[in-house]
Ligand binder design. Structure first.
Ligand code: FAD
Ligand code: NAI
Length: 328
C-alpha cells in the first residue's frame, strides 16, 4: 500500500493506530508536543523515582484488547497488579477485594507506549498547530511555523479540545470533537522515608476531595523506597480548584489523605503536583473514531469510546481500520 500517514499525538490511541498501519505496510510518522511518548499514560521521572501520575492501571474487557495486553505481557512491558484494595465511604475505610484483573506498565506505565513506539519515526517537542489541505495531500505546520509533509492522510490522536482546532477543515469532524467536554484531574505524589503503617495499596474514595489513592511500591517492578503515594482529586474538586497554586493543592490533598488513612502520617520528604487539564471525557461517546475518508482525515482517542486506556487503544485500531478499508 502506498500511503504516507501523519499521526498527531503519541499517546496510546496514536500508537495503536500507528502500529496497525505499520503492520499493513503503510508509512507512518508521529508528531508529539511533549518530549516523550505516552500522553496520559506517561510516567514522570522525579527525585522519588518514576511516578505514574496519569493512568494508574487498566482493565481489558474487549477480546481484541485482551489479546493485545497478553502480547505486552509477553514482551515484558506490562504485568498484573493485584493491590490490597480499600474503599473509603462515609468516613469508613474498609477492605474491598475483588476478582478484577488489573494491568500496569512495567517497570513504569510509560514502558507500554515506549515499547509500541519502537523505531517508528517521530518528532518530539513538536506541537502541530495547523493542517493545511493541498490539492491531494496534507501539510502540517507546528508552533515554530515549520512545515512537514506532504502526507496522504492525517490521524489526529489528541484529546478532543485539542483536536477541535486541528479538524477545522472538516466542520463535521470539528463539531463532533467540540461537543466532547473533558474534565480535569489534579494529581499529587507524596513520598515518605518511613513507610506508612497500613496494608492498603489502592483505595477508591467517596465523599472527599480525593477520588483514588495508590501506593507506588505495590506495583510490579517499582523500587521499594521511599514509600510514594499517588493521590487523584475528583473531577469536581479539580474543576473548582483548577487555578490553585500547586503548593496549595498539595496541602489540601495531603490533608484529605491524612484524614482518611487510619495511621500516623509523617511529613513527606518529597511532594509534587500535576494538573491534567483534559483528564477524562465528561460523558460517554460511541464514535469509535471520526473519519472524512474522502479528505483522508481521521480522529481517534479515548473520548471516541470509553475514556479509558482500553477505549483509547480500540479507537486507534478503529481509525486505522477505516483508513485501510478506504485504501483498498
Ligand atoms: P493522550 O494520552 O492524551 O495522548 C494524546 C497525545 O497527543 C499526548 O501525548 C499529547 O501531548 C499529544 N498532543 C496533544 N496536542 C498535540 C498537538 N497539537 N501536537 C502534537 N501532539 C499533541 N484510564 C484507565 O484505563 N485506567 C485508569 O486508572 C486511568 N486513570 C487516569 C488517571 C488520570 C489522572 C488521567 C489523566 C487519565 C486516566 N486514565 C485512566 C485515562 C487514560 O489515561 C486515557 O484514557 C488514555 O491514556 C488516553 O489516551 P489517548 O491516546 O487517547 O490520549
Ligand atoms: P475498575 O473496574 O477497577 O473500576 C471502575 C470503577 O468501579 C471504579 O472507579 C470504582 O468506582 C469501582 N470499583 C472497582 N473495583 C472496586 C473495588 N474493589 N472496590 C470499590 N469500588 C470499586 O476499572 P475500569 O473500569 O477500567 O476504570 C478505570 C479507572 O480509571 C476508574 O477508576 C476511573 O475512575 C479511572 N479513571 C480516572 C481518570 C481521572 O482523570 N482521574 C480518567 C479515566 C479513568
Amino acid at each position: 500500500m502506498t500511503a504516507s500517514i501523519a499521526i498527531i499525538g503519541a499517546g496510546i490511541a496514536g500508537l495503536s493506530a500507528a502500529n496497525a498501519l505499520h503492520n499493513a505496510d503503510c508509512a507512518v510518522h508521529l508528531f508529539e508536543k511533549s518530549r516523550g511518548s505516552g500522553g496520559r499514560m506517561s510516567s514522570k521521572r522525579s527525585d522519588a523515582g518514576a511516578l505514574d501520575l496519569g493512568a494508574q492501571y487498566f482493565t481489558a474487557r474487549d477480546r481484541r484488547f485482551v489479546d493485545e495486553v497478553q502480547q505486552w505481557q509477553a514482551n515484558g512491558w506490562a504485568a498484573e497488579w493485584s493491590p490490597h484494595l480499600y474503599n473509603h465511604k462515609n468516613g469508613q475505610l474498609t477492605p474491598s477485594p475483588d476478582e478484577q484483573i488489573r494491568w500496569v506498565g512495567q517497570p513504569r506505565m510509560s514502558a507500554i507506549t515506549r515499547g509500541l513506539l519502537g523505531d517508528l519515526p517521530v518528532n518530539f517537542s513538536c506541537r502541530i498547530t495547523d493542517l493545511i489541505r493541498g490539492e491531494k495531500h496534507w501539510l502540517l505546520q507546528d508552533a515554530d511555523e515549520s512545515t512537514y509533509g506532504p502526507f496522504s492522510h492525517v490521524i489526529v490522536a489528541t484529546p478532543a479540545p485539542q483536536a477541535t482546532a486541528l479538524l477545522a477543515t472538516t466542520p463535521k469532524l470539528a463539531s463532533a470533537a467540540a461537543g466532547v467536554k473533558m474534565d480535569p484531574t489534579w494529581a499529587v505524589a507524596l513520598a515518605f522515608d518511613t513507610a506508612l503503617d497500613t496494608p492498603m495499596q489502592g483505595c477508591f474514595v467517596q465523599g472527599s476531595p480525593l477520588d483514588w489513592l495508590a501506593r507506588n511500591r505495590s506495583k510490579p517492578g517499582r523500587d521499594d523506597t521511599p514509600d510514594t503515594w499517588v493521590l487523584h482529586a475528583t473531577s469536581a474538586w479539580s474543576k473548582e480548584h483548577i487555578d490553585l497554586p500547586k503548593e496549595a493543592v498539595i496541602e489540601h490533598l495531603h490533608g484529605a489523605f491524612a484524614e482518611l488513612i487510619h495511621c500516623t502520617m509523617p511529613a513527606p520528604v518529597f511532594t509534587l503536583a500535576h494538573r491534567w487539564l483534559y483528564a477524562r471525557p465528561s460523558s460517554a461517546h460511541e464514535f469509535g473514531a471520526l473519519a472524512d475518508a474522502d479528505l483522508g482525515l481521521y480522529a481517534c482517542g479515548d473520548w471516541c469510546l470509553s475514556g479509558r486506556v482500553e477505549g483509547a487503544w480500540l479507537s486507534g485500531q478503529e481509525a486505522a481500520r477505516r483508513l485501510i478499508e478506504h485504501l483498498s
